[in-house]
Design a protein. Sequence first.
Length: 417
Amino acid sequence: MTSKNKVLDHASLTARNSTPVADGPEDSGFAIFSATQIGESNKRRVLQMLFDLGPTSRAELARLTGTKRTTITGIVQPLIEAGLLIEVDPNEKRGVGKPARPLWFSASAAPVCAVFLMPDKVETALISLTGGVSAHRQVPIAPGKRNRETYIDALVAGVDHALAQAPRQALGIGVAVGGMVDPADGSIVAMNLAPAMAGLGLRDLLEDRFALPTIVDHHPRALLLGERWFGAGRGMGNFAVIYADEVLGCAMYLDGKPFRGPHGSGGELGHTIVDLNGGTCTCGKRGCWETVATLGWLRDRAAEAGLPGAERLDSERLVDLSAQMPAAGALLSRYAHNIAIGIANLQTLLMPDNFIIYGDVRRGGEIMQQFLTREISGLAASLPGNPITVFLGQNEQTITLQGAAGLIVSKQLEIEY
Ligand SMILES: [Zn+2]
């Protein structure tokens, strides 16, 4: 996939992704080691770079920061002795002589407990700082049992199970919720299809029960974090995650920082209005993007067109049908166009340039990817030399759990994600 070349270009990455320090060396875009800024700040920047780049040698860290290798050694040595970082095997030999041993997080450093809460399931796992998933549990929640007690029982049992397997005290509990949350107080504002969960103070509940720092955020932001650290978003300075399924959601990483509105809000892209005379949305307004670019819309139109299995149609099936039936091809084209409209508006406003697609639409595969790339590029503005790129997300379950853990890692290691 072309994303690899794009994200692992260290020189452009540093230029795009750096936070210059005013009194640093002049020739460095990532001048982190001025005489007055050492210690904690430098440690944070090195950890940040490792998360941005993946395993990286001391020499490479020195080169990218415009500092001496001995300075890097002085910073990383205590982190190695503390068991946070280790030397790993180099993937490839560069040049002659002994290859440098890259530094990376230790799989046995303090892990994080991750929770993925959706209306139909509760997932829990232990996530190592290298992204390893263990003690994974998934409890389905049937439609008739969606009361608070059921969810809380599954959550507590899953977290208990995960923490019992932790090789050392966990850094905390990171929770991704498929619904609206208030990240400021860690409560659930609303969960589609699980109305009993509205108003639940989930962070306080888990902190009281487990005495560990807990962060609750919405599902697309966990996807963003997971992509940032372990997926196609690694090292990208600008990208957006789009979740397109029965609902629409998004989260953005802009100019080297995650975007957050006041009180952690924002990302309700599904309720931006795209049709002045459109139908009524679940939010009560008319013509929201969500009324024309979700599975509900797709299935209604498929039924009107007489497509087989319309009531269970999804992007994967639609792509398959489109090869055989012109009506399915036409619907695929309309669906991709409608999805592209919301993404194009986001692109024109904020220019993330890179879009990583999750949810049902991802299951449309490369055909859907091609449709979206063409449609978005046709509708949106972009800067010269910055083509719009659409990526298919990786394993949604794993990336979400890694991202939920990332909420805690970024807080506990005091790095920006
Ligand atoms: Zn709406």
